[in-house]
Each structure stands twice: as structure tokens, then as C-alpha cells.
Design a protein. Structure first.
Ligand code: KG4
Ligand code: ZN
Length: 334
């Protein structure tokens, strides 16, 4: 069969990334330019600052991705780009760059859903086996997705308020830890014991939705009330207790989703999958339940364009092409 080289572009949040993927699963290059340094001093991603940084970097990142893969524009079969969800101003930069390339080089254009990308990150390591259930947990999303086959997605559950990573970042902030707080809580939790009684939002029986804002408020109230009594909480114990609460709900709902759908393949994706307790706990529970778990390496878990090119290749093969009127969709559904 003929070689299919696809360019991917991702600018949905604070990473400018371009990548080349061959035949939907062979990684030829994956360039990622993080803006963490500029957003850190604001304690979060500032949308307009993100857009400006993307527009400065995107063309050079694309050039580098092509160079590193030793691929010319004319060798490509398609240009794929994150269409949504994400920050609209940030998405528009990638979409505009992709359209310009598609127009100038006469290449097919494909718009990709960011969550589909996260799931396909695993495909770059080992081919996905269907049917599967994926848990995608990042700073912007917490979702359970069922995939009966390539390109087919059914959302089983989502967060009703904060994303899991967002909860980590907000709790880290009240503990005076730097942004993004997830890795700091992870580290601090190792020095503590999960002794504090914090809520677990199971929601309705059988619900596969998530909710983390109540937990965040419980942490803040606990801190506040102890300080009012003139006492100090052990921060490491608080970090461990908070992390336990988030991880237990993520793990048990992912297992429940796999059982409800009768699948034996579970895929973990998104930045929160860097969490060491989540990895250990999900690995253990999957073993107990006889499920096969895939966790891609960290570099593919966080936002990157290779995952977009991988997911986009299957859309391209399916003939799901975009026109030159493609627009960013901040609330795009799967
Ligand atoms: O996927 P990602 O890089 O960007 C988004 O699309 O949001 O995810 C970033 C999120 C942040 O909220 C960060 O705090 C969280 O992932 N995160 C972690 C860990 N490493 C990153 N959360 C918990 N434990 C970690 N070790
Ligand atoms: Zn993401």
C-alpha cells in the first residue's frame, strides 16, 4: 500500500505543535513549543496571550516538523488540524495556518476533534484494539469515551463542572504551590497520608459523569476552618487526601464504563495521566478486572500534534474532509 504522510497542527490551548505521522501510527516528527513560561506568572492560561504566542510560532514549528521528518509539502497526503474544542482565538491560529497550507499546496484538509486526538496518542505506541473505552483527563477535559471502531466515538460521561486537572491546579493554588499544580500535588502527596475525610462525587447510581468542584470547595473550607481555629493542616496529608478522592472516582468510573460496555481495552489519556497514583491505581484495578490498559508516554499524553495527525489520518481515509471554509469550533462535539 502507498505511504500516507500526514501533517498535524495543534494550537487549542497553550502548546504550539506540529507533527508528521506516517500511515496513521508511525511518528516521524512531533515538535512541541510550550508557553508555560509566559502563563505561569498569571497562574493560568491567558487566552489572548496564547493566541499571540501561537501566531509567532506556528509557521516555524510546521517548518521544523517537516524538516525533522525529512518531508516536503508535496510529499504530504493531507493537512490535519485541531478544530475544537479549545480556546477560540488559539484554535483559529492553527486552523488558519492549516487552510493556508492546504490552499497553497493543493492538499486535502481535515478538522480533528481534540479529544479524538488524545485517544489516538496510544495508537502511536501500539495499534488500538476495538472496542475500547478511553478516560481522557486533562486541564480542560474529563471524559469517558466508547469507541466501537476507528473514527466512531460515543461519549459515556463528562465532568459537570471542573476538569480533573483544573481541580488539581485550583487546590494547588490554595496550597501556595506553583502553576500548573498537578505535578506538585503528586509530589507532595507522596510525603503525606490520606487521612482527611473528603467527599467523593459518585453522583447518581450508574452515572459516568464527574464533578470536582464540591471536592475543591471541601478542601478550601477545611483549610479555612482549621486556620480559624489557629491550627495548621499538614499540607502533605491534604494533598494525599485530595488526590485519593480524585483518583478513586476516575478509576472506578473508568472500570464501570468498561464493564457496562463489555470491553476489555482501556485507554488513559490527557495530562492528568501523568499522575503517579492514578497510574498505579488504574493499573492495579485493571489487573484485578482482567482489563488491558494502555497509558502512552507522557510526551504523548499532553497536548501534541502527532495525536491529531494520527486521528486525522483515519478521518482522511474515511473521506471526512473539510472545505476551505473550515472554522474553529470552541464547543465542537465528538
Ligand atoms: O493535557 P494537558 O497537558 O493540557 C490540557 O489539555 O489541559 O493537561 C494539563 C493538566 C494540568 O491541569 C496539570 O496540572 C495536570 O494536567 N497534570 C497533573 C500531573 N501532571 C500534569 N495532574 C496530576 N498529577 C500530575 N502528575
Ligand atoms: Zn488536551
Amino acid at each position: 500500500t502507498e505511504k500516507c504522510l500526514v501533517l498535524g497542527i495543534e494550537t487549542s490551548c497553550d502548546e504550539t505543535s506540529a507533527a508528521v505521522v506516517e500511515n496513521g501510527h508511525i511518528l516521524k516528527s512531533n515538535l512541541i513549543s510550550s508557553q508555560m513560561d509566559v502563563h505561569r506568572r498569571f497562574g493560568g492560561v491567558v487566552p489572548e496571550v496564547a493566541s499571540r504566542r501561537h501566531v509567532e510560532r506556528v509557521t516555524q514549528i510546521i517548518q521544523q516538523a517537516l524538516d525533522e521528518a525529512e518531508v516536503r509539502l508535496t510529499d504530504l497526503s493531507a493537512v490535519t488540524v485541531t478544530q475544537g474544542p479549545g480556546l477560540v482565538g488559539a484554535l483559529l491560529i492553527g486552523v488558519s495556518a492549516a487552510k493556508a497550507l492546504s490552499f497553497a499546496a493543493g492538499l486535502p484538509l481535515v478538522g480533528v476533534h481534540h479529544i479524538a486526538g488524545h485517544i489516538y496518542a496510544s495508537h502511536l505506541v501500539e495499534p488500538l484494539q476495538f472496542p475500547l473505552v478511553a478516560l481522557v483527563a486533562s486541564g480542560g477535559h474529563t471524559e469517558l469515551i466508547y469507541m466501537p471502531d476507528h473514527n466512531r466515538f460515543e461519549r459515556l460521561g463528562k465532568t459537570r463542572d471542573d476538569a480533573a486537572g483544573e481541580a488539581f491546579d485550583k487546590v494547588a493554588r490554595v496550597l501556595d504551590l506553583p502553576y500548573p499544580g498537578g505535578p506538585h500535588i503528586d509530589r507532595l502527596a507522596k510525603e503525606g497520608i490520606a487521612t482527611l475525610d473528603l467527599p467523593r462525587a459518585w453522583l447518581e447510581p450508574d452515572s459516568l459523569d464527574f464533578s470536582f468542584s464540591g471536592l475543591k470547595s471541601a478542601v478550601i473550607n477545611l483549610l479555612h476552618n482549621t486556620r480559624q481555629r489557629g491550627e495548621e493542616l499538614n499540607k502533605a496529608d491534604l494533598a494525599a487526601s485530595f488526590q485519593d478522592s480524585v483518583v478513586e472516582v476516575l478509576v472506578e468510573k473508568a472500570i464501570r464504563a468498561a464493564k457496562m460496555k463489555g470491553v476489555s481495552e482501556l485507554v488513559l489519556a490527557g495530562g492528568v495521566s501523568a499522575n503517579s497514583h492514578l497510574r498505579e491505581s488504574l493499573t492495579l484495578r485493571c489487573k484485578e478486572e482482567g482489563l488491558h490498559l494502555r497509558v502512552p508516554p507522557l510526551k504523548l499524553c499532553t497536548d501534541n500534534a502527532a495525536m491529531i495527525a494520527a486521528a486525522g489520518t483515519y478521518r482522511f481515509r474515511d473521506g471526512q474532509l473539510a472545505g476551505l471554509n473550515l472554522n474553529a469550533e470552541p464547543n465542537l462535539s465528538l
